[in-house]
Design a protein around this ligand. Structure first.
Ligand SMILES: [Zn+2]
Length: 70
């Protein structure tokens, strides 16, 4: 099973499409679903979440999951 990831290269700002083989049949938690991709735009490795297509360490308006004490 293949999955297509679309992410934005943080170095070049280019939108990059990448296909990955979805090797694991079980569902991954989004936090654990990061895969390392060789970016064709800048030729370096990026870690991209295969579930959300978010780059690892990507800054966004969304707050990073902050541990909340009950
Ligand atoms: Zn890149």
């Amino acid at each position: 099973m293949q999955r297509q990831i679309l992410f934005k290269c943080p170095r070049t700002g280019m939108n990059v499409e990448h296909r990955i083989d979805d090797e694991r049949p079980e569902r991954l938690e989004p936090a654990d679903a990061y895969v390392s991709l060789r970016c064709p735009a800048c030729m370096s490795l990026h870690f991209v979440n295969s579930t959300t297509s978010k780059l690892l360490g990507e800054r966004s308006a969304q707050s990073v999951s902050i541990p909340r004490s009950a």
